[in-house]
Ligand binder design. Structure first.
Ligand SMILES: Cc1cc2nc3c(=O)[nH]c(=O)nc-3n(C[C@H](O)[C@H](O)[C@H](O)COP(=O)(O)O)c2cc1C
Length: 393
């Protein structure tokens, strides 16, 4: 048994996985939370500051952007009284020595160090990090080995998050998994898509039994990631693959951080509580807004009003106006749960196909809304030159 065994986890998400999201995820049932990816070189410029007022531990960039001290140069913030024992820090790296030096900076404030070997975005891969590491397994292996041997000094587990190498042939991924497991890591998370697949594409789970066997034979715990959006799916996957399998949720939690509960909240309640949580840890308002715009259905008349909000207080006063009207609009997560429940009630014969068709139509609808929202978002964010709390993925 490791820290990761059988856990339901919040995925690493740049910008969307800052402290307020992690606090809500934990409150509503996540067992472990991942930090957004932070690049080794960035972390190496940080100093650790205990923030007595908030009860947080802050990592602030020395010589960083001092426009708003403690805000514009804040790289990472954790609230130990809630996150302690449950926080995995994800590092972006392509260098075994830098990885260890950076890990040492945060080691005593986090419960595990995870290496990002799955991000396919050019800014990450062009410097050899993220999914580029899947093509340089020798380098990835030496990063993990270095972290494992140094991690022992801090008594901190090391893990890695990868993608599938091939969606038709299990062998390349199984061989890589075996190799990585032999570095001494404690956990491996697999995003069940290849680096060329987009999040809207269905994950490939066909090779899971073999990959899970490979992890277990090396005494490494395993977490499934990709298109899991709620606790019921986690329970279904555990009954299929074993109770020691963990699951990790990204986009589901981005749109509703209460999805870890069997009864997630409706979006009006999510948004209000999110802003209150953000305010309680002085989260930068630009980031609060970025996250809640992902929680609000695009068709809500409140969307544009939130998009114009400037401070956490302003956002909260808009949230207070939503009232019960927000109960009628369900989020992506709740819709999926409803579908799961319908599935149980549908007659066997045509029910499954109908459900799949509805699911596809729903996905299509969501994609259109999502693209529209992201565009609206970009315009809004560019206009305001909103500061980014962490480096973009
Ligand atoms: C907004 C956002 C930011 C992300 N940032 C990271 C990251 O920092 N590190 C990482 O390994 N993956 C990152 N990912 C990928 C997710 O962790 C996850 O692997 C992917 O979204 C698939 O999971 P899902 O189907 O539950 O969304 C990010 C995804 C999203 C949507």
């Amino acid at each position: 048994m490791s820290l990761y065994t059988g856990k339901l986890c919040l995925a690493p998400m740049v910008r969307s996985g800052e402290l307020p999201t992690r606090l809500m995820a934990l409150k509503y049932g996540a067992d472990l939370v991942w930090s957004p990816e932070i690049i080794d070189k960035k972390l190496l410029k940080c100093e650790r500051v205990v923030n007595e007022n908030l009860g947080t531990v802050d990592f602030v960039e020395v010589g960083g952007n001092y426009k708003i001290p403690g805000v514009s140069n804040l790289v990472f913030r954790t609230l130990p009284k809630v996150e302690s024992g449950k926080l995995i820090f994800q590092i972006g790296t392509a260098n075994p020595e830098l990885a260890v030096s950076a890990a040492k900076i945060v080691a005593k404030d986090v419960d595990g160090i995870d290496v990002n070997a799955g991000c396919p975005k050019p800014f990450s891969t062009h410097s050899g990090m993220g999914a580029a590491l899947l093509s340089t397994p020798d380098l990835l292996e030496s990063i993990l080995k270095n972290l494992v041997s140094q991690g022992k000094i801090f008594n901190i587990p090391i893990s890695v998050k990868i993608r599938l190498l091939d969606d038709k042939d299990p062998q390349p991924t199984v061989e890589l998994v075996d190799r990585l497991c032999k570095t001494g890591i404690t956990n491996l998370t697999l995003h069940c898509r290849t680096k060329d697949m987009r999040n809207r594409q269905s994950p490939v789970r066909a090779f899971l039994p073999e990959i899970i066997r490979t992890c277990h034979s090396n005494n490494v715990s395993f977490i499934i990631n990709g298109a899991i959006t709620n606790r019921r799916e986690y329970e279904e996957l555990q009954s299929q693959y074993g109770a020691d399998i963990g699951c990790m949720i990204a986009e589901g939690a981005e749109s509703n951080p209460t999805c870890f509960s069997l009864q997630p909240l409706t979006w009006n309640k999510v948004v209000k509580e999110f802003i209150e949580t953000a305010e309680s840890v002085s989260n930068y308002a630009g980031n609060t807004k970025y996250v809640i715009l992902n929680q609000i259905p695009g068709k809500s008349p409140f969307y544009q009003r939130f998009a114009r909000g400037k401070t956490n207080q302003e956002l909260l006063s808009i949230a207070n106006e939503i009232g019960e009207s927000g109960n009628k609009i369900v989020t992506k997560v709740l819709q999926k749960i409803e579908l799961i429940e319908t599935k149980k009630e549908l007659p066997k014969q045509n029910g499954k196909r109908k459900l799949e068709e509805e699911d596809e139509a729903q996905k299509e609808k969501e994609n259109v809304i999502l693209t529209k929202r992201k565009l609206e978002h970009k315009v809004e964010l560019n206009a305001e030159k909103v500061h980014q709390v962490a480096s973009p993925l």
